[in-house]
Design a protein around this ligand. Sequence first.
Ligand SMILES: Nc1ncnc2c1ncn2[C@@H]1O[C@H](COP(=O)(O)OP(=O)(O)O)[C@@H](O)[C@H]1O
Ligand SMILES: [Mg+2]
Length: 378
Amino acid sequence: MTSVIPPGSTIGVLGGGQLGRMLTTTARKMGYQVHTFSPEKDTPTGQVANLAVSASYEDLDALRGFASQVQVVTLEFENIPIKAIDAVESLAPVRPSGTALQIAQQRTREKNFLANHGFPTVPFASAVTLDELQKAVKSIGTPVVIKTAEFGYDGKGQHQVSTLADVENIWNAIGHREVLVEKFVSLQSEVSVIAARGLDGTIAEYMLFKNCHRNHILDVATAPADVDKSIAVRAVEIARGILDQLQYFGVLCVEYFITTGGDLLVNELAPRTHNSGHLTLEACATSQFEQQVRAICGLPLGSTELLQPAAMANLLGDLWVEGEPNWAAAELFPEVKLHLYGKKDPRRGRKMGHLTALGRTTEEAKQSVMSARKAVLS
Ligand SMILES: Nc1ncnc2c1ncn2[C@@H]1O[C@H](COP(=O)(O)OP(=O)(O)O)[C@@H](O)[C@H]1O
Ligand SMILES: [Mg+2]
């Protein structure tokens, strides 16, 4: 028997970013209260939550106080220290669990987990010394990507290497930390499967989303993705296998590479809702945020049906170079929806908001978000 955490209960969210913000507005609409915990103040999540606790993830007393006031804890950010999860676990169920988080937050562990369970990945090797790194680059063969094993996101901590001579400089630039070396593969496209596993083990996945990156950061996501049926079927099969293997509760995103040779490889796991799924808010019967609430609260999972082709374009801090963009210009597009995350400091590469458009076709939706994003700069 799984016990339902009904509307009216309080959900605790570790992390204070935009994923937590959209989870919170959705959960509150469903009748839940939301408390958020983050080291920062005035966070995107905190601005819309019932309560925002601002304390360090090392402050275990503050974490225990936070957990004692909620019925379930989830996360919107994967780099939460495992000690913090351990501290709250005895007071409220944490979904997804610390085990899943531990795997997803360390690239070597993540790749080993995937490889050990037969899920396809790029060739990889880990290194903790310069000597090991040089050997790893040699054995995999350039070009490679060297990634810090921890705390990487949006391409941060990644270095592409085409010659062995550059390795030492990169090792120094990274600060002699554990790294993962991956073969740099030539990509036909990138896709993701966002899926949820409920407390009863039921799984529901969205159809594949296609993700276009710029400077290693997601730029535009579209649905449905124009990929071969056999690849789509295999991607869903893999995502389901991963959820079951992890005995996972909640929403998980599996990011995939499709190589120019037609191979489907798992790139990485995100143990939470995902940027490529923002379009589910407007385009699907159940958004990824509602699905997360349903999954962690023991409710039945909602329909993942895509109701209309859609596209999402990120609004990065780069758009602010000439000052605040002209948001009213985006509102001139009736099929475009503007989301801003309430962040005050528009740094380059920082995710400040996004635009979503529905269309009769994916291409039409994509053209709409691209035009609207261009218009805000006028
Ligand atoms: N081995 C690789 N081969 C080719 N492109 C890569 C490789 N690793 C990363 N990339 C590119 O960089 C992007 C970000 O890398 P990823 O490992 O997903 O890190 P992050 O955690 O920053 O999202 C990928 O979506 C892809 O476009
Ligand atoms: Mg990624």
